[in-house]
Design a protein around this ligand. Structure first.
Ligand SMILES: Nc1ncnc2c1ncn2[C@@H]1O[C@H](COP(=O)(O)OP(=O)(O)OP(=O)(O)O)[C@@H](O)[C@H]1O
Ligand SMILES: [Mg+2]
Length: 962
């Protein structure tokens, strides 16, 4: 299945110790790390046999072409980095990529990814253009508009997979708790999508990280007593009182860093008696204390040099030198007196991250500011303006408009590099440093907006509050309201957000007419989602307010304006609205609208097209919406576009394409974490007649959408239930479901519900309900006069007609529907006509109609309806031959999807991009497809797929001729 998430599990590793049976420990062969990172000791690992075995197995799997990921979680000093070093030393046949998260770089988007990818950038040219561009922008190599983070992930996926083509690759991400969010998301995406690529990824983190939540995780505990004792004794030279020793061991809870570092610098006397005083502190604090003790005993210059190194996240030795020069620090102090706390090589590295924080914490504020000032001065304004701005901000004692301006500019750049979160962080600091109150408000609002995009709702609220605390002009106040309303919509679709968006739009009217009208469209979206669950404010209220909204004088109406007008009128007066809707659809389908407008409004356009029964526009707009969202990698929009696309494909009888978009929707939602009703999936399952699957989707959707306030999810679920039951001839249930789908006259859902309602109403003798539905349907059909609406209308009317008139209406329905794309609805018209003919005892005519219906159902894949047609055919005395073509293969859904995309002419990298897989994984699946189908080339694929492909229902197996 596409997008199966890697199972989330957490294994507890407890360190077992070999025992010779007499209760004494046997000394184990220590695991010797080779080639440690610069600045790290080469101490052999003690007491980590199980972990070594686990890592060894992981490496073996990677060698055997199975990508593996492991997140190691454990408290500071417990030995995570030690284990990573061990893994590296156990993988001499691997290429190794290293990343170390740096606390002060957390808000620099893609900083960590930069570390990983920099050595591989020579392969950049091999990537497809959109991915290459996204990654180059993300890594700050070229300017451009914000790349989608999943495109970046895809690029990294491709890069790693290619890098591992000749030799397995081990990526080691240490201190992942400090990896910037954008990198963490990209890395987690990559880890989940790697498949048969020979890539191993190891993360080490002090605490679980949301972004890595779905990856396999182990928790690393402290050493057991025996190993702890061994480690402690290796660093204590003087004899140690046995009781004191055991107490230290107990207190340190097997933490190797504590065992190694705490006793250092303590006299034997302190060691013997002084530990009680430390008991109150947390372990990290204690270890840090021990470093602080050592730092404070250093010469002043050495100590200040450490501080400069601690304040610089880059670890660039030249930068360190330049900054020290400015501060008048003699760098020779390092050699003389740094006690091995810092190593200056190609990079400046601390002995342990806690040394860095101890150094930084133990310095006073003034000293820190001076150091950041020097680092800012030493940083090249051209090459690294963002870090420079960051240092300047840290150096600023008071609000400083110049620094704030630089931060604001950095925010712009950070956003362009794809880090909305970084932009938000820069803007938040800029806000804090701004003196001019009006500018401060603007920056706060910009920061709040960026935070919403970044999903950082708390930050958005904070910034909105900062803005509100100032004297606001009216426009600023209105924007604050808008931010709060958008936050409500982001947090929960529907009922709560609608009134707020509406109020925001009203307020903006006199201030920025265009923004106001766009906000009304947002309010429409919220109200459409909320539908029957809208509480205080619904569509009518939005429409009423929007209709009175002023337009920007002298400006020709934009697509958004036309769309808004159309929606307003739809609520008010369906008949009058239809021409407006058609006008808006024409503009939206035309070439004169910008890509941005297309991205933003096509989805709503498709909703309008469906509401006015315009299958052609719905088909084309949804196709374009999907394409543009895919091309730009805008996955949030892609999810919406796909949710409109799938039903259109289903009604058109393109089930295999629909199955593809359902799978793609799932992939997109999985990687983005979007949770929405599975509209496409449940409609497809219902039309396919997959009862068990459809029912399950319907029940969960009704429950989940209900609790989210997503009323339209309930309506569409009821519609799907009606289709399912009509197919199975369960008219009682179909009637109840269809009536429920139409009850609230919701946009689109009402049309579809009415299409399903009249048939079960007539079959269960509910003439009144049928007549009422017929009136509603007639009104819409006359207003739109599309073949779709007229066809459904005629089909329903035939069911309600006398015997003399019925045939005319059936034929009329077939005539209209055959002029649409809606093959599935057309086949149902043939079925109903055939059933009627049989009741009229016109056997020969009935057979021909039922045969047409049956063949169409079978070729589309409408199992339940095909069975219904099959039964009718049998009743006319016709033998139903089994139409199922023997399947020669049993392709998995993923293989089938890949094969179909290959058939469509997509290259392997393009297929990979569509399904979020590496090129190599696609190749691997295709090889399996070829083997299963017994073919040797892509050219033979199309033929092999059709002869093995869509499986019409096996009527002949289940029904015996009468
Ligand atoms: N099993 C072990 N045997 C011997 N020494 C160890 C062992 N585990 C860790 N050490 C040593 O303990 C110290 C701390 O370990 P390490 O740096 O791996 O901890 P960590 O979990 O990465 O901590 P942090 O979260 O602070 O990065 C290092 O000096 C390391 O060499
Ligand atoms: Mg570590």
């Amino acid at each position: 299945m596409i997008g199966e998430p890697a199972g989330s599990w957490e294994a507890e590793i407890t360190t077992t110790y070999f025992n010779d049976g007499r209760g004494d420990s046997v000394s184990r062969s220590p695991v010797e790390p080779r080639d440690p990172a610069p600045g790290r000791s080469t101490r052999p690992l003690v007491g980590r046999n199980d972990e070594s075995v686990l890592l060894g197995a992981l490496l073996d799997a990677v060698r055997a072409n199975e990508s593996r990921t492991l997140v190691i979680v454990g408290e500071p000093g417990v030995g995570k980095t030690g284990l990573l070093e061990y893994a590296i030393s156990a993988a001499p046949d691997f290429k190794v990529g290293r990343v170390v998260g740096v606390e002060s770089e957390m808000e620099l988007a893609f900083a960590a990814l930069h570390q990983l990818c920099a050595p591989m950038l020579d392969r950049l040219d091999e990537l497809p253009e959109p991915q290459r561009e996204a990654l180059s922008i993300a890594l700050g190599q070229r300017a451009g508009s914000a790349p989608d983070r999943f495109l970046v992930g895809l690029a990294v996926l491709a890069l790693l997979s290619e890098a591992a083509a000749d030799r397995p690759l081990l990526c080691v991400i240490d201190d992942a708790q400090w990896v910037d969010q954008a990198s963490a998301q990209a890395l987690s995406f990559v880890a989940r999508r790697l498949s048969i690529d020979s890539v191993g990824i190891l993360f080490a983190t002090r605490h679980p990280i949301n972004e890595l939540g779905s990856l396999p995780t182990v928790r690393l505990h402290g050493l057991d007593t025996v190993a702890a004792r061994e480690l402690l004794l290796s660093v204590v030279s003087s004899p140690l009182d046995e009781q004191v020793r055991e107490r230290i061991i107990a207190e340190m809870r097997g933490n190797p860093l504590a065992l190694l570092e705490l006793p250092r610098g303590l006299t034997p006397i302190q060691l013997a008696g002084g530990f009680g005083i430390l008991e109150a502190q947390a372990l990290t604090g204690r270890i840090e204390e021990s470093f602080i003790r050592r730092i404070s005993s250093l010469e002043d210059d050495a100590r200040r040099l450490l501080l400069v190194a601690a304040a610089d996240p880059v670890g660039d030795p030249l930068l360190l030198l330049r900054a020290c020069e400015r501060l008048g620090i003699f760098v020779s102090a390092l050699d003389a007196d740094a006690d091995g706390l810092l190593t200056v090589g190609e990079r400046v590295t601390f002995r342990h991250p806690l040394v860095r924080s101890a150094v930084y914490r133990s310095a006073d504020v003034q000293e820190r500011r001076a150091v950041h000032r020097a680092l800012a001065d030493a940083t090249d304004r051209e090459v690294d303006p963002d870090r420079r701005a960051w240092h300047l901000a840290a150096a600023a004692a008071w609000p400083d408009d110049t620094v704030a301006l630089e931060l604001e500019r950095s925010a712009g750049r950070a956003q362009a590099r794809g880090g909305v979160a970084a932009a938000a962080a820069f803007l938040e600091r800029a806000t804090a440093l701004t003196l001019d109150p009006a500018r401060q408000v603007d920056r706060a609002l910009a920061g709040a907006q960026a935070s919403i995009y970044a999903g950082a709702f708390d930050a958005a609220l904070r910034l909105a509050a900062t803005a509100e605390a100032r004297a606001l002009d009216e426009f600023q106040r209105a924007r604050v309201d808008l931010i709060r309303a958008q936050l409500a919509f982001a947090a929960s679709r529907g009922s709560e957000a609608t009134p707020r968006l509406l109020a925001a739009a009203r307020r903006l009217e006199g201030l920025d007419a265009s923004l106001a009208r766009e906000t009304y469209l947002d309010a429409f979206s919220a109200a459409l989602f909320g539908a029957r669950l809208n509480e205080t404010v619904g569509l009518t209220d939005v429409a009423r307010a929007a209709s009175a909204a002023p337009r920007t004088p002298g400006v020709a109406p934009r697509a958004a304006d036309l769309l808004l007008d159309a929606l307003v009128m739809l609520v008010d007066d369906y008949e009058a609205a239809v021409p407006r809707c058609q006008e808006a659809l024409e503009i939206l389908s035309g070439v004169q609208i910008s890509a941005e407008e297309r991205l933003r409004w096509l989805w709503q356009g498709c909703v309008v097209a469906l509401e006015v029964w315009d299958d052609e526009s719905a088909y084309l707009l949804s196709q374009q919406a999907v394409k543009i969202a895919r091309d730009t990698g805008t996955l949030s929009e892609l999810a919406l576009a796909l949710s409109a696309r799938t039903p259109v494909l289903v009604l058109s009888g393109e089930f295999s394409a629909a199955a593809s978009t359902v799978a793609e929707t799932r992939s997109v939602e999985e990687v983005t974490g979007i949770s929405a009703a599975p509209y496409g999936g449940l409609i497809l399952a219902a039309w396919q007649g997959h009862a068990v699957q459809a029912r399950e989707l319907i029940e969960t959707t009704i429950r989940d959408a209900g609790s989210r306030g997503e009323g339209v999810g309930i309506a569409i679920s009821e519609y799907a239930r009606a289709v399912l039951c009509n197919g199975a001839g369960q008219y009682q249930r179909a009637f109840v479901a269809a009536r429920s789908a139409t009850e609230y006259q919701e946009v689109v859902a009402e049309n579809w519900g009415l299409s399903e309602l009249i048939e079960p109403a007539t079959r269960t003798g509910r003439a009144d309900a049928a007549a009422e539905a017929m009136n509603r349907l007639a009104r819409k059909a006359h207003a739109t006069a599309t073949d779709w609406a007229l066809g459904i209308h005629a089909r329903s009317r035939a069911l309600l007609s006398d015997d003399e008139d019925a045939e005319f209406h059936f034929l009329d329905a077939i005539d209209h529907l055959s002029r649409t794309r809606l093959r599935a609805e057309l086949a149902r018209a043939h079925l109903l006509h055939g059933e009627w003919l049989r009741r009229m005892n016109r056997r020969v005519d009935a057979r021909s109609e039922l045969r047409t219906a049956y063949d169409n159902f079978a070729s589309i894949g409408m199992q339940a309806f095909a069975e219904r047609a099959g039964h009718e055919l049998l009743a006319t005395g016709e033998t139903v031959r089994k139409r199922t073509v023997e399947t020669r293969d049993d392709l998995t859904p993923q293989e089938r999807q890949i094969a179909e995309l290959a058939c469509d002419g997509l290259s392997n990298p393009e297929i990979g991009a569509r399904l979020f897989l590496s090129r190599r994984t696609v190749e691997w699946h295709l090889r399996k497809v070829f083997a299963k189908l017994g073919i040797g080339s892509r050219r033979e694929l199309a033929g092999a797929l059709t002869s093995s492909g869509s499986q019409p229902p096996a009527i002949g197996d289940t029904v015996k001729p009468a």
